[in-house]
Design a protein around this ligand. Structure first.
Ligand code: PFF
Length: 454
């Protein structure tokens, strides 16, 4: 890769490539690992309903805002604000994004590492003949270990760094174009198996029947945080990817397609998991381990489960990888363009420092389990701070920047590709980013941290 050369920025080559890469960032462990367990802990149906509302009222407008900022500025998340608002403090959003990227990747790589362990376990047929309780115990013993989880985390970070180093077109785009459709098909097959398990209806009821007595401000904030995390918004990953999108791309249609794909996969993951939770007498609020305990149970029960498990965990790892790349890219693009270092050096420094911090997150499940801050382990704390505080705050500032600083004309110019696309929902979009999204985020935020009380 060339050193610092702005005139020759890498970019996505095709429209489908943009969707695959962006959906690759959005679809990941957030959908398949995080969504079911957070929904499980937050009461199920009512959480899901609020989550869906947030995706469309807040998520899509913020995603589109990030694309606009990125493509207009053609810069990393920090440089973009410096360029569009010279001399103004908006660049703080970019700095916050870099910090969020660091925090997210530290704990995300822990779970991503677990997916590699589960590929190996699938291949060696180690779920076979085990009861639910045995599968749970074997997960817990792996997770609380030291050497193996760290080894997988390090390997995962090396894979991530390798692809980031290869660049946008020849790395990220090439692989996501094939792997994302495959993941989609496989999840549907798994859903079909899950809903045909005996007692499946209880799981579907848990997922889809809203029980509003479970709703607290904490749950509303969880839903907002999950929506932001799942769509990869609020930290500049999509500003960075937006900066690689070409001039003729229809940003609105890309944002809508990506959001719908992401949401469908989260819902499918829920359909795949909750019926089995109830069928195997597990608890829906099992937490972090939900996916790693429940899915082996299904594989153990299904015809051809051996093969399905291998393919599934490979795809889960790939889904994680297409997301970790986008997080590391935020840091690398910033290092390269702002600190003026080579892509190679930037990738090395970024990945190494994240891995070192990440090891502490991995050990949160083992020897550091008792080390707590604000009642949370390091893993839990990083997860909470990034998803529930930094991403919503980032999203809030991004819409404020677009709606109240950048101005209608510039937004229109970028969104319509200089007047070549007819904008059908422009006033709705403006209204959402100027009023609805910022007011909603601010209210939820202030309420759940206790600064205001309804
Ligand atoms: N959206 C990813 C997921 O759902 O797994 C996680 C993620 C990627 C969050 C990139 C934030 C981000 F910038």
């Amino acid at each position: 890769m060339a050193d610092v050369d702005f005139s020759n920025r890498d970019s996505f080559a095709s429209k489908f490539g943009v969707i695959a890469a962006t959906a690759g960032s959005a679809v990941g462990l957030g959908n398949i690992w995080r969504f079911p367990y957070v929904a499980g802990e937050s009461g199920g149906g009512a959480f899901v309903l609020i989550y869906l509302a947030f995706i469309f009222i807040i998520g899509v407008p913020v995603m589109l805002s990030e694309f606009i900022i990125g493509r207009k500025a053609k810069q990393n998340a920090y440089g973009a604000f410096k360029k569009l608002a010279p001399g103004k403090p908006w660049f703080v959003i970019g700095l916050m994004g870099i910090v969020s990227a660091f925090l997210i990747l530290t704990f995300y790589s822990t779970i991503a590492g677990w997916t590699l362990e589960y590929i190996v376990q699938s291949v060696s047929n180690s779920f076979s003949g085990k009861s639910s309780q045995e599968l749970k115990a074997s997960f817990e013993s792996f997770q609380s270990g030291t050497f193996r989880p760290i080894m997988w985390q390090v390997i995962f970070m090396i894979l991530t760094a390798g692809i980031v180093l290869a660049g946008i077109k020849d790395g990220i785009e090439k692989y996501t174009k094939v792997l994302m459709p495959l993941l989609f098909v496989l999840i549907i097959v798994m859903c079909i198996r899950a809903v045909t398990l005996p007692g499946a209806s209880k799981g579907l009821e848990f997922l889809f029947k809203p029980d509003f007595s479970k709703i607290t401000w904490g749950v509303v904030l969880e839903a907002l945080g999950q929506a932001a995390f799942s769509l990869s918004i609020g930290m500049g990953a999509l500003i960075t990817y937006g900066s690689y999108i070409q001039k003729d791309n229809n940003l609105s249609s890309t944002a809508i397609k990506v959001s719908i794909t992401d949401t469908l996969i989260a819902i499918f993951a829920g359909i795949m998991i909750f019926p089995a939770v109830f069928a195997f007498n597990l608890e829906p609020d099992e937490g972090f381990g939900l996916v790693f305990i429940v899915l082996p149970n299904i594989f153990e029960q299904m015809a051809g489960g051996y093969y399905f498990s291998i393919v599934f965990f490979i795809l889960l790892a790939v889904a994680a990888l297409t997301s970790t790349i986008s997080v590391l890219e935020v840091v690398v693009a910033y290092f390269v363009e702002e600190l003026k270092i080579s892509r190679k050096k930037a990738t090395f420094i970024g990945a190494l420092s994240i891995t070192i911090l990440g090891i502490f997150c991995t050990l949160s499940f083992g020897i550091l389990n008792d080390v707590k801050l604000f009642g949370k382990t390091m893993f839990g704390l990083f997860d909470y701070i990034s998803a529930n505080i930094l991403l919503p705050l980032g999203a809030l500032l991004i819409v404020l920047f677009l709606g109240w600083y950048l101005g209608k004309e510039k937004i229109k110019e970028e969104l319509s590709n200089s007047g070549t696309i007819k904008l059908r929902f422009f006033s709705v979009f403006l209204f959402l980013i100027k009023y609805i999204a910022p007011i909603a985020i601010a209210l939820i935020f202030l309420n759940s941290i206790g600064l205001i009380q309804f």
